[in-house]
Design a binder for this molecule. Sequence first.
Ligand code: HEM
Length: 155
Amino acid sequence: MPHSSAGVTWSPPLAAATATPDRENDGATLAGGRALETPFGIFYSPNITPDPVTGIGRWSLAELSRALRQGRSPQGEHYYPSFPYTSYTGISDADVADMWSYLQSVEPVQQPNRPHALPWYLQYRPLLLLWKLLNFASAQGPPQAASAPAVPWPR
Ligand code: HEM
C-alpha cells in the first residue's frame, strides 16, 4: 500500500516494527509522501499515522469508516479515486474496526501532507461529487439524514 514502505506487508505483527524506515522513498512507514504517478497527475499518499496534527490521530472510527467506504474526509470533502475507496466500500464493519485499531497502534510521525500535483481543473474537490455520481456506488447506501425516523413513516 502506498502509505506504507515498499516491501513491508500490511499486517498486525508489523505494529511492533512501525518505525521501519521506507528506504525506497526515504520516509517513515505510513507517513505518506509516496508519489502515485497517474495520467491525471501525481498524487501523494497522505500521512495516516496517529499524529494528531499531520496524521489521522484525531479521527474517530466513524470518520475512518466514512473515508474508506464513502470517500469522504472528516470535513466532508470528497477524496480522489486514487484512494481506492471504490473497492474498500464493500469491506465489513469488523475489518474497518481492525484497521482502526492497527492504525492507532503505529508510531505517530509528524510529517505534513504533500499537495498533489494536478492540473488546475482537477484541483477543485467539489467536482469529485459529479465523478462519484457517475462512477461510484457506495455499498453503504445513500447518506441518511440525521433526523430520519428509525422506523418507516406510516403512509
Ligand atoms: C487498507 C488500505 C488503506 C488505508 C487504511 C488507507 C487510508 C487512507 C486514509 C485514512 C486516507 C485519508 C487521509 C487524509 O485525509 O488525511 C487516505 C487517502 C489516500 N490514499 Fe489511502 N489507504 C489505503 C490504501 C490505499 C491504496 C491502495 C492507495 C493507492 C494505490 C491509496 C492512496 C491514497 C491517496 C492517493 C489518498 C489521498 C486522496 C485524496 O487526497 O483525495 N490508499 N488513505
